[in-house]
Design a protein around this ligand. Structure first.
Ligand code: NAP
Length: 285
């Protein structure tokens, strides 16, 4: 039974545009209920030209915290009062906590990915070699977290080489314990993939049944694993091909649940019951 909304109820939410597709209200309210807390989590559809006004409004209204989703993850940063290291390293914010009137930005996407890799693939980044496909916001957060988790080597494979090169040099400067390099394309990956432990797709390729044209998956060793951040559809062409090769593979639903769990703990100090958010997502999908 959810608690009735009262004068004491604290407000959490999510800003994005559009936001109506978001599954976060479903899983966050399930966790609030599961922990018996006096909170409510609501969606706020905020157009790009209203981001600054929305942040000022949320602060004035005293909301306890909120998630930030596409396309505002970078745009919110100048309006916040402080940034956690996770947000600085990934150059994006997906979680904001109201800390006594100061809005502090965090990024839980990367650590959510690392947790999902452990839960869903039994994969630990430490001392492993990883190909990250893509060089956008999701790739940035992922690479920062994989470096923090001790990955030996990360190869960025992206459609636009220059964007990947910029990301590789930013990450190399920040995380000296991981070798971060850029792939020049299909022929280069033919040589590299036989030595790779994990491939992660961070692009939107696969949402509409597209395969990744520059990825010769068949050259991966049979011990390699594949992770796709996309969770809808649940099986992209990449995941189907990996499964066809007998490789261990997982979609991004676990990452969505884990980043949400980490955000929930930042706001409330509570750890949601194990598997509750994931079950809420499964039911919602
Ligand atoms: P983004 O910043 O716009 O980056 C998009 C990336 O995809 C870029 O590397 C881009 O390459 C590449 N790309 C897009 N269309 C392409 C195409 N037709 N061919 C080749 N490459 C293409 O987006 P993002 O924020 O990183 O998000 C990317 C994906 O991650 C989305 O599908 C999102 O849903 C998913 N995601 C999932 C979770 C989760 O919890 N599971 C969390 C965050 C994000 P260029 O640089 O060449 O443009």
């Amino acid at each position: 039974m959810s608690k009735p909304v009262r004068g004491t109820t604290k407000v959490l939410g999510i800003i994005g545009y559009p936001v109506r597709h978001s599954l976060s209200p479903l899983m966050q309210n399930a966790a609030i209920q599961g922990c018996g807390l006096d909170y409510i989590y609501v969606p706020f559809e905020v157009t790009p030209d209203n981001v600054g006004a929305a942040i000022t409004g949320l602060k004035s209204l005293g909301v306890s915290g909120f998630n930030v989703t596409i396309p505002h993850k970078t745009a919110v940063m100048p309006y916040l009062d402080g940034l956690d290291d996770s947000a600085v390293a990934s150059g994006a914010v997906n979680t904001v906590k109201n800390d006594g009137g100061r809005l502090i930005g965090y990024n839980t996407d990367g650590d959510g990915l690392v947790k999902s890799l452990a839960d869903d693939l039994d994969f630990i980044p430490r001392s492993n070699s990883i190909v990250v496909v893509g060089a956008g916001g999701a790739a940035r957060g992922a690479i920062a977290a994989l470096c923090r988790a001790g990955a030996k080597q990360i190869v960025i494979a992206n459609r636009s080489y220059d964007r990947a090169a910029d990301l590789a040099s930013a990450m190399s400067a920040r995380f000296t314990g991981t070798e971060v390099s850029v792939s020049t394309g299909y022929a280069d990956l033919l040589v590299r993939l036989p030595h790779i432990d994990l491939v992660i797709n961070t692009t939107s390729l696969g949402m509409n049944s597209e395969s990744i044209p520059f990825l010769p998956l068949h050259t991966l060793p049979c011990t390699a694993m594949v992770y796709d951040m996309i969770y809808s559809p649940s099986a992209t062409p990449l995941l189907s091909e990996a499964a066809g090769m007998g490789l261990k593979a997982a979609n991004g639903l676990g990452m969505l649940a884990s980043q949400g769990e980490l955000a929930f703990t930042i706001w409330t100090g509570e750890i949601p019951p194990s598997g509750l958010m994931r079950s809420a997502l499964d039911a919602g999908l």
